[in-house]
Design a protein around this ligand. Structure first.
Ligand code: PEP
Ligand code: MN
Length: 338
C-alpha cells in the first residue's frame, strides 16, 4: 500500500500513522520528497480499509499495490485449480466442460427428456433451476424441493452430475445432500451471509458474476467462500448490465484471459443469460472456447416456445449438439478437448 501525505504534516502525525501501521504488524518505509511524503506499507494489508486511511486530513492519496483477495489470487497459487463435480473435472486447461439444461425444472418428463438429450449430445453436466430468482413475484417461482427430486432422478438415469441454484441459507442442507454443484446466481453474488455458509459446505460452488459487479468484487465474493474453507469455486460470467438493449446483457469475454491471469479458479461462460437470444448462443459459445473458457453453461429445452422461463434464450437439443460438435473443433485448435 502506498500512502501519500501532505508536505506540511506535523511530525507527531507522521509518527502516529507509522505507529498505527506497525501496530497491525506491517512495516513502514517513509520517503520524504520535495512536495510530498510517501509511505510504503508492506505486510498483510488485506484487512486495512483504505477509505478509512484516506479519511485522515493529512493523507492525500492511498493506493493499493496488492490485490485484496488472497485465496483466489494466482500469485499465491500459481497452478490452475481443478474442481471435481461429481467426477467431472472443471479447470486445468485440458477439457472444456459443457453444462446444459433448462432454466427451470418443469416436470419429471421434461427434465428426463432434456437430460437424455444432453447426455447423448456429449454434455457433461445437467443444469435446472428449482428455486428461481424471478424479477416478477407473479412469474413461475420454481418447483422447489420437487424440482430437486426430479433432477436427482435424471442424474440416476443419465449419470450426469447436477447443477442448481440456491437462493437462501435455509436450503443449504438440501443442496449439500442432493446437488453436485451449487450455483449462486447473479442476484446473490453479494449475499455475504449465504457465501459464508457456502464456505463451510463440502460441495463445489458455481459463482455467477453479479449484474453490475466488477471483476474485483466478483473475486472478493469468491474469497468469502474460500476463506471459509471451501476452495472449490468455479466462476461463471453471465453478462453484465450496460446501456445496450439489443441483448439482455453484454457478454464480457475479456474476463476469461483476465481472470486466468489474476486467479487460478476455473471460469465458465453462460452465453444464454448473457445474450437472452438463442440465435446468439452458438457464436458466443465458440468465441468463449476460443478465448480459453474452462466450460460453458447453456440453457437447453425440449420445447423452448412453451418453456416456463427463459425460452427465448434456450437451445433445442439438436442445436446444443451442433454447438458441442463445432466447439470440439475449436477446442482442438487451441490444444484442448471437449
Ligand atoms: C439461471 O442460471 O437460471 C439464472 C437465473 O442465472 P443468472 O443468475 O445469471 O441470472
Ligand atoms: Mn434462466
Amino acid at each position: 500500500m502506498i500512502i501519500t501525505i501532505k508536505k506540511d504534516t506535523p511530525q507527531q502525525e507522521i509518527d502516529k500513522i507509522v505507529r498505527d501501521f506497525e501496530g497491525r504488524g506491517c512495516s513502514v518505509t517513509l520517503i520524504q520528497g520535495a512536495n510530498y511524503n510517501v509511505f510504503g506499507i508492506v505486510g498483510d494489508t488485506a484487512s486495512i480499509d483504505e477509505k478509512l486511511v484516506a479519511a485522515n486530513k493529512y493523507v492525500d492519496n492511498v493506493q493499493r499495490v496488492a490485490a485484496p483477495y488472497k485465496k483466489a489470487n494466482r500469485l499465491f497459487h500459481p497452478e490452475d485449480t481443478v474442481v471435481d463435480v461429481g467426477g467431472v473435472k472443471i479447470g486445468g486447461g485440458e477439457k472444456v466442460a459443457v453444462i446444459g439444461g433448462p432454466c427451470s425444472v418443469e416436470t419429471q418428463e421434461q427434465i428426463l427428456e432434456i437430460a437424455r438429450g444432453i447426455k447423448d449430445a456429449g454434455g457433461t453436466l445437467l443444469r435446472g433451476g428449482a428455486y428461481k430468482p424471478r424479477t416478477s413475484p407473479y412469474a413461475f417461482q420454481g418447483l422447489g424441493s420437487e424440482g430437486i427430486r426430479y433432477l436427482v432422478r435424471a442424474r440416476q438415469e443419465t449419470g450426469l452430475p447436477i447443477v442448481s441454484e440456491i437462493m437462501s441459507i435455509d436450503k443449504v442442507e438440501e443442496f449439500e445432500e442432493y446437488v453436485d454443484l451449487i450455483q449462486v446466481g447473479a442476484r446473490n453474488m453479494q449475499n455475504f451471509d449465504l457465501l459464508k455458509v457456502l464456505g463451510k459446505v463440502k460441495k463445489p460452488v458455481l459463482l455467477k458474476r453479479g449484474l453490475s459487479n466488477t471483476m474485483e468484487e466478483w473475486l472478493m465474493a469468491a474469497e468469502y467462500i474460500m476463506s471459509g474453507g471451501n476452495e472449490n469455486v468455479i466462476l461463471c460470467e453471465r453478462g453484465i448490465r450496460t446501456f445496450e438493449k439489443y441483448t439482455r446483457n453484454t457478454l464480457d469475454l475479456s474476463v476469461i484471459p483476465l481472470m486466468k491471469n489474476k486467479s487460478h479458479l476455473p471460469i465458465v461462460i453462460d452465453p444464454s443469460h448473457a445474450t437472452g437470444d438463442w440465435r446468439l448462443v452458438e457464436s458466443m459459445s465458440l468465441a468463449a472456447i476460443a478465448a480459453g473458457a474452462d466450460g460453458l453453461m447453456i440453457e437447453v429445452h425440449n420445447d423452448p416456445e412453451h418453456a416456463w422461463s427463459d425460452g427465448a434464450e434456450s437451445l433445442k437439443i439438436d442445436r446444443f449438439r451442433q454447438v458441442i460438435e463445432k466447439g470440439r473443433r475449436i477446442a482442438q485448435v487451441i490444444g484442448r478437448d471437449l
